[in-house]
Ligand binder design. Structure first.
Ligand code: SF4
Length: 361
């Protein structure tokens, strides 16, 4: 069935950082450690994990922070949830749990830590808070937003509900808690098809990512109604770019995230969530691959698959890249920036997230 574009009346006109500003970030501080021969020896096992993607010169800067953070985690009974788009020194050296949004959301609901530090963007920290309301959830930089989350408001969802009475609303997890509270259930890129079909409805609104909605439409008979939100990282890739890379690199495998435009997905050998992309590379071990997604993920997978050559058309997420070792250290040291969600919003949003966790168990 064709994608229903009747939603175009709701076309967006919002500033790119509409979801972000909540507080100003402070200047970084220096941790109370320096790089010594003893520290080099102590952290050698950690460096071994990232030596293919972190230079010795970079490690001189990172190692003292890694040690300081890992000590503070113990002191504060804290865990760090590291998204796949974090840089390798965060992902591999201080992250306790690593993965995509769904994997991190599940870990947030299971952990018995007192403090959760979300090495990711703000909507992810809100999701952790929803699933762990009694824990302290910190985001190292409160300006770490997301263009998808900024593309839709609770008022927009209420307008969609009025325009499509009786049609269930599935929201991608890349939305604010206030938007989730207006929806029936959440989904991630790894479970979107399953969640849409679990509702047993002939038509479903799938918001806010238009390209994910179009991709899901190719996988299900349920009629999908989309919104016009886009990820500013994935929407920049083009089908022509993929064809040019394939021509220049014989034998190249192209692996694309479903937030990419349809022509990119059509040009790819495999499409899946970040977790599925990682599994594909680790299982298939192609000699040469391009991961069409945020470019830190290729570095993180490359650290574990040195036999695979990664071609990197580098699109960085400016929001994810706000998170650094310095800011994680400061978050743990100063207990900042705490993420809170209004109790009424949290109750409704939590129900939407828990429905997804149950449906995808
Ligand atoms: S990569 Fe895209 S979807 Fe993910 S946080 Fe950045 S802007 Fe949002």
């Amino acid at each position: 069935m064709a994608l229903d574009t009747a939603h175009s009346a709701f076309t967006l006109d919002r500033p790119a950082d509409a979801c972000a500003p909540r507080a100003r970030t402070a200047e970084p501080v220096t941790p109370p450690f320096t790089f010594t021969p003893a520290l080099k020896r102590e952290l050698a096992p950690l460096y071994e994990r990232v030596k293919h993607v972190v230079t010795p010169m970079e490690w001189v800067h990172y190692a003292p922070l890694v040690k300081a953070i890992n000590e503070l985690k113990v002191k504060r009974n804290a865990v760090i949830l590291a998204h796949n788009y974090m840089t390798p020194e965060i992902f591999h050296c201080v992250g306790d749990f690593r993965g995509d949004s769904l994997q991190l959301a599940k870990e947030a609901s299971r952990t018995d830590a007192d403090v959760i530090v979300q090495a990711g963007v703000h909507f992810m920290a809100e999701t952790s808070k929803l699933l762990s309301p009694d824990k302290t959830v910190l985001i190292p930089d409160p300006l770490a937003g997301c263009s998808l989350a900024a593309s839709i408001t609770p008022e927009d969802v209420r307008a969609l509900r009025a325009a499509y009475p009786g049609v269930p609303i599935v929201t991608y997890v890349n939305t604010s808690a206030a938007v989730k509270a207006e929806c029936d259930i959440t989904c991630t890129s790894s479970n979107a098809v399953k969640i849409v079909e679990s509702l047993g409805a002939p038509r479903v609104l799938l918001i806010p990512d238009e390209y994910l909605a179009k991709y899901v439409q190719t996988k299900t008979k349920v009629e999908i109604i989309a919104w016009k939100g886009h990820c500013e990282v994935h929407e920049r890739f083009t089908g022509e770019e993929m064809e040019a890379m394939r021509a220049a690199e014989p034998g190249l495998k192209i692996i694309a995230h479903p937030e990419c435009p349809p022509d990119v997905i059509a040009a790819s050998d495999f499409t899946g969530s970040t977790a599925a992309m990682i599994d594909w590379v680790k299982t298939k071990r192609p000699p040469k691959v391009v991961l069409v997604t945020e470019c830190s993920m290729a570095s993180n997978v490359a650290a574990e698959a040195p036999d695979v050559e990664f071609i990197r058309p580098c699109n960085l997420c400016p929001h994810m890249k706000r998170i650094s070792l310095e800011k994680i250290y400061e978050a743990l040291l100063y207990n900042r920036y705490e993420v809170t969600v209004d109790a009424g919003v949290a109750e409704k949003a939590r129900r939407a997230v828990e429905r997804m966790v149950e449906a995808s168990a």
